[in-house]
Design a protein around this ligand. Structure first.
Ligand code: PEP
Length: 278
């Protein structure tokens, strides 16, 4: 397992998930990637809908492939199930001659509330850089979406002790020029690339260290209040067996879940772990 960093900063006097009497939202979001058939998608969301729902301080989000979004939104609405739906990516332009692409407003008008931006698979396989991701975030916010912005270091970067520098660059360039009001609709997901889909998870201490660093960064670039309200999710092989310990960390406000969100029993168990902190 990659070694722990030595970041001892952070914002010492934040109380766990509270700021003058208010709680930070816990979010559990499932990222299905390019998996499951349409029928299986509806079966899965039917199973989630019976067992879990969002509440005042906690939100459950499902991010299926884009073509399934309207049907899943309708399924949740018809069942009165309070689960949000998100896209996995959007184009940085609002519209135009971009064959095969999906715009932020298409996602929003299909019923999506969220969009994931900057997933490491998009960064690595589609060469998406922070500057482009910053544009995507702006376009998504303009379309009325909430954003789950992913950041995370590779194994080589961690081994070279570059983790915090990489995170700093991804966070500050990704959110450049956003206002405090914009940031109310942004969630950051810390997803160490070496932990995604590998079965290897960051230890709770490793996750907490980077999450605290991200919160401190946000406080520096915006304000302590904005930082205190920002939900920061952990992603990378989160499972029922490790979810509770990870979410118990002071600056870990839920999870972005890949593989385990494709199994209703595992996803429901992770949501239940998160609910135990409400
Ligand atoms: C992800 O892809 O966002 C992710 C966290 O995947 P997994 O849970 O499978 O590691």
């Amino acid at each position: 397992m990659p070694k722990c960093l030595k970041y001892s900063g952070g914002i010492a006097n934040y109380e766990a998930r509270t700021y003058p009497g208010m709680k930070r939202k816990i979010i559990v979001a499932g990222n299905w990637k390019m998996n499951v058939s349409y029928d299986e998608a509806l079966r899965l969301t039917g199973a989630f809908g019976k067992e879990v729902s969002s509440s005042n301080n906690m939100e459950v989000v499902v991010c299926p492939p884009a073509p399934y979004i309207p049907s899943i939104v309708q399924q949740f609405e018809m069942g009165n199930q309070n689960i949000s739906v998100g896209g996995q990516n959007c184009h940085h332009e609002q519209k135009g001659a971009y064959t095969g692409e999906v715009s932020a407003s298409m996602l929003a008008s299909s019923g999506a509330k969220y969009v994931i931006i900057g997933h490491s698979e998009r960064r690595a396989q589609f060469n998406e850089r922070n500057e482009l991701l910053n544009k995507k975030i702006g376009t998504a916010l303009e379309a009325g979406l909430h954003v789950i912005y992913c950041v995370g270091e590779t194994l080589e970067e961690r081994r070279a002790d570059h983790t915090l520098q990489v995170i700093k660059t991804q966070v500050t360039e990704g959110i450049a020029n956003l206002t405090s009001q914009d940031l109310e609709k942004v969630v950051i997901a810390y997803e160490p690339v070496w932990a995604i889909g590998t079965g290897e998870t960051a230890s709770p201490a490793q996750a907490q260290e980077v999450h605290a660093y991200i919160r401190a960064l946000i406080a520096t670039y915006t304000s302590a209040e904005v930082a205190a309200f920002l939900s920061i999710l952990y992603g990378g092989s989160m499972k029922p067996a490790n979810a509770r310990e990870l979410i118990a960390q002071q600056d870990v406000d839920g999870g972005l879940v890949g593989g385990a969100s494709l199994d209703e029993h595992q996803f429901i168990a992770i949501v239940r772990s998160a609910q135990s902190f409400l």
